[in-house]
Write a protein that binds this ligand. Structure first.
Ligand SMILES: O=C(O)CCC(=O)C(=O)O
Ligand SMILES: [Fe+2]
Length: 375
């Protein structure tokens, strides 16, 4: 029987998480919507989650929204006390213009935070083991309560993330735990970024308008909180068109990372996305992506066994078109940690050069890039 080819998506589907705990019919509808989003879009809005609705840790989201402008407004010397240059784990503060995507400078300022984790790496171990380690925060007295707010928020979103992975297993009709086999048995470290994109009146003409360039997320799933009303996030469909993903209050934008794509034999798709700097006079855009990850040691290239009826959905999707993005081809041979380490060094070459000089030299034999070499 011929398979209907999906048209390139023009809108990002919205899923109602409250249906998960609804009647059997409602749960079935949720799973059908989720399967469509996983296979054909790679992006979705998720509303009515325990984190974003008026129960659960909703208060933490409100608190976080209040703290975000304040942490960026701290004096630069205070922010630099937790500079990412001090961290072999690529955690901490990065000034605007320190990060690259596909070789071009990103016009965004950011803090990378993570769940607490004691680094277990020691001299002689694989270098990627050093990626997970203690986060750096601004001094408590500079913004009392901020650290606790981030930790509570991280724990809340992480809980939601693990539940969504279980739902994905159900949708793909694979045994429970098929994806969870790529977790560590003990604790794992999960990360988020606080991002500030200044508007064009704060940029020089030569800075361009790249908030963040076209890229795939590397990991399992990303849960993005768009913290202001600014447009700017765009998602690329298989025809190569850039589709707007404007903020919708009370939702997360959830997207699939490359590791999940490969682990599911490309049934779930990672979709390229980018952010355009806000136009002049619109003020700064803030956002908070949470990146859920597999174990650093996980090798996902084999992919999990998936029933044929689900694999067949790939045919209905048709070929993907032009994709302007980084590709993470290293997953074919390397473990998750090594792929992530390469990505981090390419995104933050100054941090990579300091802490991973050998790998840095392999990736950048001509020295620190200005433009055109990095992701
Ligand atoms: O700021 C956003 O809306 C998206 C950020 C993003 O895609 C990323 O940091 O991976
Ligand atoms: Fe992203």
């Amino acid at each position: 029987m011929p398979v209907a080819i999906e048209q390139p998506f023009q809108v990002i589907p919205t899923l109602d998480y409250s249906l998960v705990d609804g009647s059997p019919e409602e749960r079935k509808r949720f799973k059908a919507d989720l399967l469509h989003a996983l296979v054909n879009v790679g992006f979705m809005y998720l509303k009515n989650t325990p984190v974003t609705q008026a129960r659960g840790i909703f208060e933490q989201v409100n608190q976080l929204l209040g703290y975000i402008p304040k942490v960026f407004d701290l004096p630069v010397e205070t922010k630099m006390t937790c500079s990412m240059l001090k961290s072999p784990h690529f955690l901490g503060y990065s000034r605007q213009g320190q990060e690259f995507t596909k070789g071009a400078r990103d016009n965004r300022e950011q803090f990378d935070f993570a769940t607490d984790y004691a680094c277990t790496w020691k001299e002689g171990d694989m270098e990627w083991k050093r990626l997970w380690g203690p986060p750096l925060y601004p001094p408590e007295e500079s913004l009392p309560g901020f650290r606790k707010c981030i930790v509570d928020y991280l724990n809340g979103v992480a809980g939601l993330g693990f539940k969504v992975v279980e739902l994905i297993e159900e949708c793909l009709k694979v045994p429970a735990g098929s994806l969870a086999q790529f977790y560590d048995e003990e604790r794992m470290q999960q990360r988020l970024k606080l991002l500030k994109y200044v508007d064009a009146s704060n940029l020089r003409p030569e800075d361009g308008t790249q908030g963040v360039g076209p890229h795939f997320d590397h990991g399992l799933l990303t849960f993005l909180l768009q913290a202001t009303a600014h447009p700017g996030l765009q998602v690329q469909n298989k025809a190569g068109q850039w589709i707007d993903a404007p903020p919708v209050p009370g939702t997360f934008v959830v997207n699939i990372g490359k590791a999940l794509e490969i682990a599911t034999q490309n049934v779930c798709i990672a979709t390229s996305h980018r952010v355009i700097s806000p136009p002049k006079g619109m003020g700064s855009r803030y956002s908070v992506p949470y990146f859920q990850s597999f174990s650093l040691a996980a090798k996902v290239n084999q992919g999990i066994p998936i029933p044929q009826e689900i694999l067949d959905l790939k045919r209905g999707r048709g070929e993907t078109g032009i994709v302007e993005s980084v590709n993470y081809s290293e997953y074919a041979t390397e473990c998750n940690g090594h792929v992530q380490l390469i990505g981090r060094i390419k995104s933050h070459p100054d941090v990579g050069e300091k802490w991973y000089p050998e790998l840095f030299n392999e990736l950048f034999p001509d020295g620190r890039p200005s433009f055109g070499a990095a992701y």
